[in-house]
Design a protein around this ligand. Sequence first.
Ligand code: ADP
Ligand code: MG
Length: 684
Amino acid sequence: MSLNLYEIPVKQVQGVRGKKPEELLALGISTVGDLLDYYPFRYEDYTVRDLAEVKDGDRITVQGTIVGMPQLQMYGRIKSRLTCKIIVNSLFVTAVWFNRHFMKDQLQAGTEVVLTGKWDQKRLHLTVAESEFPGNANTQTGTLQPVYSIAGPITQKWMRKTTKQALTQYGDLIEEVLPQMLVDRYGLIGRKEAIALLHLPSSLREGQQARQRMVYEELFLFQLKMQAYRALNHDRADGVAHPLDLPVVRAFVRALPFVLTESQKNVLAEILHDLQQPFCMSRLLQGDVGAGKTVVAATALFAVVKAGYQGALMVPTEILAEQHKRSLDKLFEPYGIEVGILTGSVPERKRRDLLGSLQLGLIDIIVGTHALIQEGVNFRNLGLVVTDEQHRFGVNQRSILRRKGMNPDVLTMTATPIPRTLAITAFGDMDVSTLRELPKGRKPIKTYSVTHEMLERVLGFIRREVSEGRQTYVICPLIEESEKLDVQNAIDVHAQLQFAFPDYKVGLLHGRMAASEKDEIMRAFSANQLHVLVSTTVIEVGVDVPNATLMVVYDAHRFGLSQLHQLRGRVGRGEHQSYCVLIADPKNEIGKQRMKAMTDTNDGFEIARRDLELRGPGDFFGTKQSGLPDFKLADMVADFETMEQARDDAAELVRTADFWTAASYGKLHEFLRREHIFESELLD
Ligand code: ADP
Ligand code: MG
């Protein structure tokens, strides 16, 4: 029998007492398995160095002998500066401690010390961060120590000790999950060893090897999930084969107020082809902001309705739902297609009527937030689900529908452009369609990068646009990971702008506001009741206010390029020339290059390409918004080859005759079950 580490509460680890379980929970750690999975993001090197080999400014560890007397200066009661001469590799070095006056008595001539700190080559000074006296037990001298991403009262030291303890107590329960064949193929180190080495490597090379092994595992399991899902879902011929009336669809397209772009036509052809197959479509439609995804989706919905089925359009927010409802109504009105809307603010009675009509098939298309698919919502015959922005259609949602006896085609739209090869690999469970071009005649958004000193001129720019009847968005600085600070920033900027524009209505939008409050502000801005809208990044992706022509972003260098591009996409949606002003003081060359990418081009794919080139995916894909998978260790771009390898391996494995039945794959089955990939009809 094997004990599952994810079922052992973390308080079973010696030393996890008192408030510690709670504090660990704040890091997402509740079981021993979680703790062992909580990998360090780097190591601190306490290897003793030779001063001949170090550089100015390095963080180094040296060993030496105290010579001379320590000198202490106190500044008030707490602040102090303690210095002492030590001899290291036959050089006289001055060690400096700040605010550690209590160290003084330990610094006796002739004593051996190991000091870690920042090296000042010119003055031969070492600003000490950590001191050790060899001979003490528990020394970290000469080791690599893991550095964890921690918060709150938990310290690095405690995490190190506790993780080590967990490995001692439970390390033997770590079991291999990868098929032996793959372990052999790549000469991977075993899982148990890899996890131990990730936490406690004795050299960076060892840590690297351990990482490589776990990265492969992470990507392999991710790809296995995709490939298994694919094998169980769209490779099965039990979806709806829509009997499309293509001439009617063509007539609909011809009657649109514009001519579709070549890209739109191609993508639509792919979708219409899929709809007619008995397989379940699962397709990602990606296209830059403004590329015209909505009309593609609308045409697909139209085709499905004309074939006798119902459609659903899922969006992340009520505002977007209302916006889409309006545009679909406009498009479908001449065809007698009934569009309903279901959101949290629909009153109960109306909601019940609506659900009744939906079940009877009196409503052809329903627009709403993602609760659409759940909670007692029944369709007569749902044939196509379209999801807009951010929300990928999850495996769970698919299962819920299956249980209701429905197996609709699914189209997922995203405005985050991703290089195609990356998309195909990252979304192994979906086919990918890409809108490459924007409709003709779009005026590119003029983008400027300015420094903070030019704020006065930026305010003048806002004044000019508003005096011409236009509206402005002002997006406030993003402060790393702290929503609270973001909000404070927005409040400050809002106050400043109110002061600068006493005659204008300046609105404020941030993440700490209730959803209804946010909706109200957005509605007021849409209705041109606000001249300027100050917002944190909560501003909705996909919101369409054609009268807004100026996007000002404060501290633009703090944002990822993808996010800047998305923000810029909020303007340039109407007939007027639009502008984007990035206020930035980039600190380094990369920062400058990023601003340059924004001012050089309006093409989201080009921006994505440059960003990947500049710095890897971290910042580009860092935001949850991208909808890309979030990995613990793996990096979408740096580990791309491993990802492709893992995809091929996973695809090969699910096609193996005995994969679904052989007991030797038990661990993998367990994993797939935990991830809700298996439906009950299989395996049980
Ligand atoms: P997105 O891809 O960002 O969702 P939308 O679907 O909102 O873009 O389209 C942006 C605007 O472009 C809409 O006003 C839409 O009516 C218009 N549009 C879409 N396709 C075309 C086209 N082929 N020619 C001209 N305008 C188009
Ligand atoms: Mg859209």
